[in-house]
Design a protein around this ligand. Structure first.
Ligand code: AP5
Ligand code: MG
Length: 189
């Protein structure tokens, strides 16, 4: 199974991806996690991405596609299937994903859009800021990330809707309840 998880910052993509990975033995591919690892390791890629991420803007499409292609082409992802979390992030990346999957002779089976309103998001990310101190979980950057999501990422859902693979899932409630909704949408309950 090949899944794209869509949704605003803090909508629970990472949380639900972890559950899905466990249930369906998929590979979790989070471009945000990969970029944060590159920043922590201070690689050239990380150096380029750091300040962009701290501002809540999008890292360049080419840079992100590079790390994605490398991961997606590895044997485990090809064999087991994957969950994309945080990619595609704009219409250009959606186009790039189409081309990459065509090259690998694969396609996306399901796109899951987690719907959560802005007040809940701010509450969740403020909570995480206290616990984990992620560099982009401050008030200004959260606002910017939400704006970037609305302007650049939200339109991506429409593309998957046109392909007939989009499921909109209410992303509020317990983690378990949301997970059950997703499993049902995947037709796997
Ligand atoms: P990325 O890492 O993708 O971050 P994001 O989209 O802003 O989303 P988050 O990871 O903050 O939230 P999430 O939806 O995973 O929710 P989570 O499960 O953690 O991107 C970060 C940056 O990297 C971008 O701004 C950009 O700069 C760059 N980047 C990444 N990908 C890129 C790309 N493709 N192109 C260009 N740039 C890119 O949950 C959030 C919190 O809520 C947690 O504390 C969690 O415990 C809690 N929570 C989860 N579920 C629930 C629930 N049901 N009820 C209550 N709390 C909950
Ligand atoms: Mg995440």
């Amino acid at each position: 199974m090949r899944i794209v998880l869509l949704g605003p910052p803090g909508s629970g993509k990472g949380t639900q991806a972890a559950r899905l990975v466990e249930r369906f033995q998929l590979i979790h591919i989070s471009t945000g996690d990969m970029l944060r690892a590159a920043v922590a390791a201070n690689t050239p890629l990380g150096q380029e991405a750091k300040s962009v991420m701290e501002r809540g803007e999008l890292v360049s499409d080419e840079l992100v596609l590079g790390i994605l292609e490398e991961r997606l082409s590895q044997p485990d992802a090809l064999k087991q299937g994957f969950i994309l979390d945080g990619f595609p992030r704009n219409l250009k990346q959606a186009e790039m994903l189409d081309a990459l999957l065509q090259k690998l002779d694969q396609q996306i089976d399901h796109a899951v859009l987690l719907e959560v309103d802005a007040d809940e998001i701010v509450k969740r990310l403020a909570g995480r800021a206290e616990q984990e101190g992620r560099a982009d979980d401050n008030e200004d950057t959260i606002r910017k990330r939400l704006q970037v999501y609305e302007e650049q990422t939200a339109p991506v859902a429409g593309l998957f809707e046109q392909k007939g693979v989009l499921d909109r899932i209410p992303g509020v409630g317990s983690v378990d309840a949301i997970f059950q909704r997703i499993v049902k949408a995947l037709g796997a309950d």
